[in-house]
Design a protein around this ligand. Structure first.
Ligand code: AR6
Length: 174
């Protein structure tokens, strides 16, 4: 498994099979990365999302990418941070695991994630990065040979530094 953190607008990434959207349970759009994904994909994305009837926190659903440079968007709903005692870590981990499961089932080999939950939803970025990287490595050990490359598209330097540090730390342990 190749893990990379890059500073990028995820809607511009054109070299993966799918990008992941940090959505809300309605799947009908919002601000942050969700707003950017819907703007870049065009109104057909919202039309398809309406047919999905929402998505519970921690789960994921797939749509086409429409006007995006990638073919597919995997929409997942991260937890809102309430201090850490409300199952946030397990739910964030589920977002990554379920998104990768969908990707693997479709035969995708590369996926780009945003920093799920660390914007409007308030999850501390260092904690989120730890859970994100460990879940991806756990997935790779359970489903070897499926998804080969995972990229985090980070919007700012602090987020990039957090994911880069976790990748360096956890890659050293396997
Ligand atoms: N590319 C990559 N990262 C981005 C982009 C982009 N174009 N735009 C923002 N980010 P957020 P959440 C970063 O708030 O915390 C929405 O309204 C951002 O700087 O997008 O999971 C949904 O509808 C931050 O580092 O997602 C939900 O209601 C990260 O993406 C809610 O926000 C996540 O920030 C979800 O909140």
């Amino acid at each position: 498994m190749i893990l990379e953190a890059v500073k990028a607008d995820i809607t511009k990434i054109d070299y993966v099979d799918a990008i992941v959207n940090a959505a809300n349970e309605s799947l009908l759009g919002g601000g942050g990365v969700d707003g950017a994904v819907h703007r870049a994909a065009g109104s057909k994305l919202l039309e398809e999302c309406r047919t999905l009837h929402g998505c519970p926190t921690g789960e994921a659903k797939i749509t086409k990418g429409y006007d995006l440079p990638v073919g597919y968007v995997i929409h997942t709903v991260g937890p809102i941070w309430h201090g850490g005692s409300w199952d946030e870590e397990r739910l964030l981990s589920s977002c990554y695991y379920n998104s990768l499961k969908i990707a693997a089932d479709r035969g995708f080999t590369s996926v780009a994630f945003p920093s799920i939950s660390t914007g409007v939803y308030g999850y501390p970025v260092e904690k989120a990065a730890k859970t994100a990287v460990s879940t991806v490595l756990d997935f790779a050990s359970k489903e070897p040979g499926s998804v080969e490359k995972v990229i985090w598209a980070c919007f700012d330097d602090r987020t990039l530094a957090a994911y880069q540090a976790e990748i360096d730390l956890q890659k050293g342990t396997i």
